[in-house]
Design a protein around this ligand. Sequence first.
Ligand SMILES: Nc1ncnc2c1ncn2[C@@H]1O[C@H](COP(=O)(O)OP(=O)(O)OP(=O)(O)O)[C@@H](O)[C@H]1O
Ligand SMILES: [Mg+2]
Length: 271
Amino acid sequence: MIRFSHVFLKFDGRQVLKDISMEVPHGTTQVILGGSGCGKTTTLRLILGLLRPESGSIVVNGQEIVGMAERQMASIRAQMAMVFQGAALFDSLTVRENVGYRLWEEGALDDDTIEQRVVKSLCFVGLEDTVNKMPAELSGGMKKRVAIARALACKPKIILYDEPTAGLDPINTHLVSDLVRQLHTEEQVTQVVVTHDLETAYRVADSLIMIHRGEKIFDGSVDALQASDDPRIRTFLRPEEVLAEPGCFPHKDGGIRVVPPMPEKAEQASA
Ligand SMILES: Nc1ncnc2c1ncn2[C@@H]1O[C@H](COP(=O)(O)OP(=O)(O)OP(=O)(O)O)[C@@H](O)[C@H]1O
Ligand SMILES: [Mg+2]
């Protein structure tokens, strides 16, 4: 379970998150939608305790992490795994070493158990035959799936994904979003998926929030999002439809700018 209550965050005096509240119940998948730079990755870094908010409360698995000592934070972090924007595999390590890395680092399990975990995680993503390969030998989609296997190997209670399908072709996008769904239905992992890919969002979300310039402008179901008449949401979901209306242009803040007809033209039209 993850709960944000009235979280504010500033970078260099600039307000980046404003009054963000959300609740991700155990075993559910929350999608965070929003344009570039709106604060999505920042939200994930707050959950991992890598950033501290200026004010507000963040509860992870029943424990308040704001103000928590680093030592105690490490035990909370051990229950979480992150799939980074761009997979972030170690290029000089094999797939086996990448997937088992954290388990070897932790030193709590013997080599045979780690090997079993590595193979099982790779089987889950359909890549057990790549165990001896180097990341450079894999396609972008395979790298993303290895990154998911690496997250799974630690048996986390929470998985955070930063743009898991960015840059993938439609088939790999489908494969990756299917894995997220499967982890939800088969393993009851609590998941937070940051994306601006709507197809992925609709496939994996139990519920969504949308952030616009650091503010939460939506919290609810896929159906409610699609039915929203907020111009900022409509432009994000269906830019082609909104911008096709006469006199509508994209606004620099997102949303739309409606330009009234020129006065002369209006006069001519009425003449
Ligand atoms: N460490 C930092 N120091 C200063 N500003 C930062 C820092 N990290 C992020 N920012 C700023 O905070 C805002 C939100 O950044 P964030 O990375 O959360 O955006 P995002 O929604 O993940 O965008 P994208 O979709 O492009 O990945 C941006 O304006 C960014 O420039
Ligand atoms: Mg980001």
